[in-house]
Write a protein that binds this ligand. Structure first.
Ligand code: SF4
Ligand code: ZN
Ligand code: ZN
Length: 305
């Protein structure tokens, strides 16, 4: 039986990449301290800032909201209802429940009212659902964070997501994406600052925190996630990680510390979209173009608390 390195009680987890065995209490403490240290290391935000946590109902984003609240940050939630049948219904229900149980503020944006649901858009668009879904989520997250007066948007991206994205960007040597891959994207011309406080935590570490904290989260994958190339990249990295624990974290952190500072980031100029006024690099933003293709509904302000 492994013992907790802090108190010698029975350990609930062994983290091979950190060579740490911890009991429930000390795992929760280790996790919260490491989140706090990541926020400080990358100067993400302070206790004065109003933080909007983008929650999907999954383990990562709800663990993030929970730990930020525990650490005393001013963190509210934003849920974008993508209208993906039972998957969205269940995730919305769990986000609502999470907020109600803890007396927290949750804003909800209904994609169906704004543009159309993801399955409806899929009938018109040839692209993979994740491509336009990601675009729409970024658009509405930013729009409502700004309209509701938040200083920063926090997302639950974890180490598995970040290292898989890094691998994919390296395999294609996408220098533009590589230069933008950082846990903080500063605010600029209509864009609210975006941060990833869980970028050093694996999916498993977040799942364990959520489980030990008694958080109910959606365990099913989104039905559109199947076949996404990020899943393959995650599998490859998991195989390497199993043989050599700590590889994922080293791959990602060494990129941030040693490689990222060498990459020049040419900032593209932004202009307000001619139709909706949101920041874009083209005359009309991609969401308005999508809306046009779908024979649009007028923009409505449907964020509600
Ligand atoms: Fe959207 Fe793709 Fe994520 Fe499903 S898996 S919620 S379609 S980005
Ligand atoms: Zn302990
Ligand atoms: Zn627009």
């Amino acid at each position: 039986m492994r013992k907790c390195v802090k108190c010698q009680n029975k350990a609930v987890v062994y983290l091979p990449q950190h060579r740490l065995s911890l009991c429930k209490e000390h795992y929760m403490e280790w996790y919260a301290r490491r989140v706090e240290a990541t926020i400080r290391e990358f100067r993400m935000f302070s206790k004065k800032d109003r933080v909007l946590v983008a929650v999907s109902g999954g383990k990562d984003s709800l663990a993030l909201w929970h730990v930020l609240h525990r650490l005393g940050y001013r963190a509210d939630g934003l849920y974008i209802n993508l209208g993906i049948d039972e998957y969205s219904e269940r995730s919305k229900l769990l986000c609502d429940k999470f907020a109600k149980d803890r007396d927290l503020v949750l804003h909800v944006v209904e994609l169906k009212r704004e543009v159309a649901s993801i399955p409806e858009i899929k009938q018109v668009e040839k692209r993979p659902a994740c491509s336009f879904c990601g675009q729409l989520k970024r658009y509405y997250m930013n729009k409502y964070a700004r309209l509701l007066g938040y200083h920063v948007i926090a997302t639950g991206h974890n180490l598995d997501d970040e290292s898989a994205t890094l691998l994919s960007n390296v395999l294609s040597w996408n220098m533009e994406y590589l230069s933008r891959q950082f846990p903080v994207l500063e605010e600029r011309e209509g864009f609210v600052r975006k941060v990833k406080p869980l970028c050093k935590f694996t999916e498993k570490e977040n799942a364990l925190y959520a489980f030990l904290a008694g958080i109910e989260y959606v365990e099913e994958e989104c039905p559109f996630a199947e076949g996404a190339s990020s899943i393959e990249h995650k599998m490859i990295l998991n195989q390497v990680e199993e043989k050599s624990p700590g590889t994922k974290l080293r791959f990602y952190m060494d990129f941030l510390r040693r490689m990222h500072p060498l990459l020049s980031s040419e900032e593209v100029s932004l202009v307000p979209c001619r139709v909706c006024g949101e920041p874009t690099t083209a005359e009309v933003c991609s969401v308005c173009r999508l809306r046009e293709r779908l024979s649009p509904k007028p923009l409505s302000s449907s964020a509600s608390s």
